[in-house]
Design a binder for this molecule. Sequence first.
Ligand SMILES: *[C@@H]1O[C@H](CO)[C@@H](O)[C@H](O)[C@H]1NC(C)=O
Ligand SMILES: *[C@@H]1O[C@H](CO)[C@@H](O)[C@H](O)[C@H]1NC(C)=O
Ligand SMILES: *[C@@H]1O[C@H](CO)[C@@H](O)[C@H](O)[C@H]1NC(C)=O
Length: 357
Amino acid sequence: MILLTSFLVLTVQQVVNGEISKHCYTYPKVIAEDLVRTINESPEPTWKASTYGFKELDLNLLASTKLGVEMDDLQTFSATEIEKLKKEAQKPHYVEDDLPENFSWAKTNRTTCPINTIRDQSNCGSCWAVATASVFSDRYCIKTEGNFTTPFSHQHLLGCTHRSCNCNGGYMMTVFNKLLTDGTVTGGEYESDQGCQQYSIRPCGPFIHNMPCERRTARTPLCKQKRCNNDWYEHKEEPKTYKISSHTWTSAYYNDYEVRKQIYNHGPVVAIFWVYADFMLYKSGIYERRAGYRPLGGHAVKIVGWGVENYKKYWHVANSWGKYWGENGYFRIRRGTNECAIERNIGFMTPQIDKSS
Ligand SMILES: *[C@@H]1O[C@H](CO)[C@@H](O)[C@H](O)[C@H]1NC(C)=O
Ligand SMILES: *[C@@H]1O[C@H](CO)[C@@H](O)[C@H](O)[C@H]1NC(C)=O
Ligand SMILES: *[C@@H]1O[C@H](CO)[C@@H](O)[C@H](O)[C@H]1NC(C)=O
């Protein structure tokens, strides 16, 4: 209980790297072992935590480098819209539910698309760019029936979307609209030699075997509109851009069938949710919030599937903290209860397939 009260918040303005932080409060240090014990010894354990080698959790640093989505620009649903969603959910074909009880793109062999790649935002609040590029890549590949497997560039989106979107965080609507109007180029992980613009921030930090980072927080890469940073990229003269023809934001809270059908038929979707301190130490199982009163911030991730285990429904989700965190880079979170608001805003896009590619 002493642990929980230590999450109470001080309202002082915090200076980070010479800039006034957007968040007007600072988190006290937390002893990792105490938090792990609180989680693992909770009366109804549905998930397990690990210290990941931390002694103390620097929540201020984790909040500014591991998350990065502004939660308040997305829609809240009106009472009428909620009624409509609820009514839809009562229709017989939803109630019957013709979708599998367990399904995940990370585990299926329905496609040869490399959906199982776990990306790593490193020490930059770029989850908004990573989740968007990742979902766009998967959907493009699925739509071409596995013919186009090169990933799209989170590096390009991070640098080029808008000056309000950077390593300090970004807006989902802005980056989705960027794909609609300008599109993006290809590019994979750090030193992956995939595509035109690969990620330039080296994986580091607590979830990568405590590899030291060059700086406390990474600098946002500069926008390179037409230049590739991968020496092996074969079309260096003029990188192609890839766009979407539409995007949709919906909610899974009142009707998760529609979202599951969307995932099943067209590929993964983006979700955003509030991250609390305990989530940082998630190791395995079905996550439900156990500790922490004040969220550290909003986080964008990629939902790849769903399932039921021991009568508990869950979403299967790819995180962007490398493959050593969680269940090989993935986590499962309780489904049907809007856990940490993860079901409130679900986004996906329709790729515009270029016939000549
Ligand atoms: C993979 O494909 C084979 C043959 O199409 C099928 O029998 C098998 O059940 C599939 N496995 C999974 C995990 O979907
Ligand atoms: C994928 O490639 C095959 C072989 O080139 C082609 O027949 C098929 O039409 C392509 N599918 C799509 C969706 O472009
Ligand atoms: C779904 O997965 C759970 C365990 O993860 C298993 O018990 C259950 O039988 C599965 N359902 C189906 C229809 O295979």
